[in-house]
Design a protein around this ligand. Structure first.
Ligand SMILES: Cc1cc2nc3c(=O)[nH]c(=O)nc-3n(C[C@H](O)[C@H](O)[C@H](O)COP(=O)(O)OP(=O)(O)OC[C@H]3O[C@@H](n4cnc5c(N)ncnc54)[C@H](O)[C@@H]3O)c2cc1C
Length: 557
């Protein structure tokens, strides 16, 4: 059998090696337009920033090594130009020679990936403007920085690749600005959580330019003339410009050959087959079904690409295993913070027609009595009534990767918030607590599901400020440092003696710093007949989410 694979990275390489492991007699050809194949482009940020010292660490195996061990016909510097489905043949061109020739296939696997959204800004072709995706980009960026006097960098884009670029360039000691056209960065996250990520960037000296449209990129010879100018905005210092805009699937050739595309990607079934049964497509260039139904977000990720390459070959070799759907999950380092998302944010779930319930908790990453404990923030969205998990977002300094993975397994197993309450997880004071953050998240969500808790968000509070009584149950000293405008201070331990100051006819919103004392106050008041809401995420989230209400300070009157 002639198997031809186009694309020598995550999806294509996984397919090629799987094919050889399953069929010693197949003739396997791997086409790659670039010079480097079989490298980890997820490692590019660490290599640019010098965390990984040698680039060759990113290359899993050389072309010669692959030929020797796996007997794969490797064709680097070779570009796919066209597909003629009817003849089972493709047109190839030498990237350096421009020579063309035809190659026949029995099965064709496309793994061409995605490329950054085009940015039609004058100056974009300048010598100091780079993409941030391939080994070549990595070398170009490093050569430029070592050969020029660079103090500042502009990163264009606001998604996770942009966050990774920040980390990498920060390691060069550059002053970094992010320019993006939306009202905030990190659109994958809910606005309040994204605000916390933005705060971390700003705290570390990154300048953010939101709602910004680039007018021109200038490469002057003088230091102060290398700038990016913004429409109706300032000039941003830019010795170096990195294009880290969202990725868009590479589908031109697939489309021209009549392969069906939808929502920007090549449409495939659960076996990664296109509308031509002998052509498969995998990885960033595809549109697959999502694990959470009715969602169609495109989130290009390495794990999915690699798995899909394997599954395409399994189908070809008649041992079909269906793809279970795209999870859409990643974690990302932002200075000392780790941010992680699993599935869609609450905002996006609502946009696609879900009516999720959700809770936000702040809990220590490990036992409070063991040194260096840090608080992590977790948000869980779930189906009302059934309590089935829909998505999660986490921010923290340590242990975020562990919790997001536990939640991912739980979500993929169809678990509910009640399952999370009862989940057995390892506990030792250095790494966790007797009630792990995942258990706590399940318990708070379970309270909401069972009707033992009602919450209100900071955004909802903005609309209700006039009519509602807002009670801050923290100590007077903490209250004086900052509180929700209009709040009355009734410390938790004096609540039962101060009931006279509360009007039973009006709703009461209670809050504490992270929500736990607020919940205690909630339980007391609700059992006494008050209509009560606990502020989701407590004052911590309120003060960090960028609420329009602002923060009041001063002692209680
Ligand atoms: C900076 C960065 C960091 C990332 N970090 C993470 C991470 O931490 N975790 C994660 O899950 N994902 C991460 N990703 C995403 C991940 O790298 C991609 O999802 C994954 O590489 C997709 O694999 P793929 O095989 O579909 O496409 P690609 O890796 O893009 O490979 C496609 C290949 O096809 C080749 N090609 C394209 N067109 C042709 C043609 N006409 N002829 C011949 N060859 C062609 C390209 O040259 C390329 O080598 C990161 C991406 C970037 C850019």
């Amino acid at each position: 059998m002639e198997i031809v694979i186009v694309g020598g990275a995550a999806g294509g390489m996984s397919a090629a090696l799987r094919a050889r492991r399953l069929d010693e007699n197949a003739h396997i050809t791997l086409i790659e337009q670039g010079e480097s194949l079989n490298y980890a482009n997820s490692g590019i940020p660490s290599s640019v920033g010098g965390v990984i010292e040698t680039d060759t660490f990113l290359i899993h195996q050389s072309a010669a090594g692959l030929k020797e061990r796996f007997n794969i016909d490797m064709r680097e510097n070779t570009e796919l130009v066209a597909i003629t489905k009817e003849n089972h043949s493709i047109l190839l061109k030498g990237s350096n020679t421009n020579e063309t020739y035809q190659l026949s296939y029995d099965k064709l696997i496309l793994a061409q990936g995605a490329h950054p959204m085009p940015l039609p800004a004058p100056g974009i072709e300048g010598e100091n403007v780079f993409r941030f995706q391939t080994m070549l980009d990595l070398h170009n960026i490093r050569d430029y920085v070592s050969g020029h006097f660079c103090q500042s960098a502009v990163i264009i884009g606001g998604g996770y690749v942009a966050l990774k670029a920040v980390e990498a360039l920060h390691n060069f000691g550059l002053r970094i600005s992010i320019i993006h056209f939306q009202n905030r960065i990190c659109q994958d996250f809910d606005p309040d959580i994204a605000n916390m990520i933005q705060s971390e960037l700003v705290k570390n000296g990154v300048k953010l330019h939101s709602n910004a449209k680039i007018q021109r990129i200038y490469i002057g010879t003088a230091e102060d003339s290398r700038v990016v100018t913004l429409v109706n905005g300032p000039s941003v210092p830019a010795d170096l410009v990195i294009i880290a805009t969202d990725l868009t699937p590479r589908t031109d050739i697939a489309k021209e050959s009549g392969l069906e595309c939808r929502n920007g990607g090549v449409l495939v079934n659960e076996f990664m087959q296109t509308n031509d049964p002998d052509i498969y497509a995998v990885g960033d260039m595809t549109k697959t079904t999502n694990f959470i139904p009715s969602t169609s977000e495109f989130l290009p990720l390495g794990g999915a690409a690699s798995l899909q390459g394997r599954l395409a070959v399994d189908h070809i070799m008649k041992r079909a295993v269906p793809y279970r759907g795209h999870i859409g999950m990643y974690s990302c380092k932002v200075f000392t913070l780790t941010v992680a998302i699993l599935g869609l944010s609450v905002e996006k779930l609502k946009e696609v027609g879900y009516h999720p319930q959700f809770v936000t908790v702040h809990v220590p990453d490990h036992a409070g009595y063991y040194p260096s404990t840090q608080q992590m923030t977790l948000r869980l969205a779930f189906q009302p009534v059934s309590g089935r998990l829909l998505s999660a977002q986490i921010l923290g300094r340590r242990g975020v990767d562990k919790r997001i993975d536990v939640l991912s397994v739980a979500l993929q197993s169809g678990m509910t918030v009640l399952d999370l309450e009862n989940l057995g997880l390892s506990y030792t004071p250095e790494y966790g607590s007797a009630k792990d953050p995942v258990n706590v998240l399940g318990m708070v969500a379970g309270n909401l599901l069972r009707g033992d808790l009602h919450t209100v968000t900071a955004a909802e509070l903005e609309d209700h400020l006039d009519g509602w009584q807002i009670i801050d149950v923290q100590s007077p000293e903490i209250f004086a440092q900052g509180h929700v405008p209009g709040a009355i201070n009734v410390p938790i331990d004096s609540l039962r003696n101060r009931l006279a100051c509360l009007d039973k006819r009006q709703p009461v919103v209670v809050y504490s710093r992270v929500g736990y004392h607020g919940y205690l106050a909630y339980r007391t008041l609700v059992q006494l007949g008050y209509k009560v809401f606990n502020l989701d995420g407590g004052f911590k989230l309120f003060s960090e989410c960028g609420s329009r209400m602002g923060i009041a300070s001063g002692e209680a009157s």
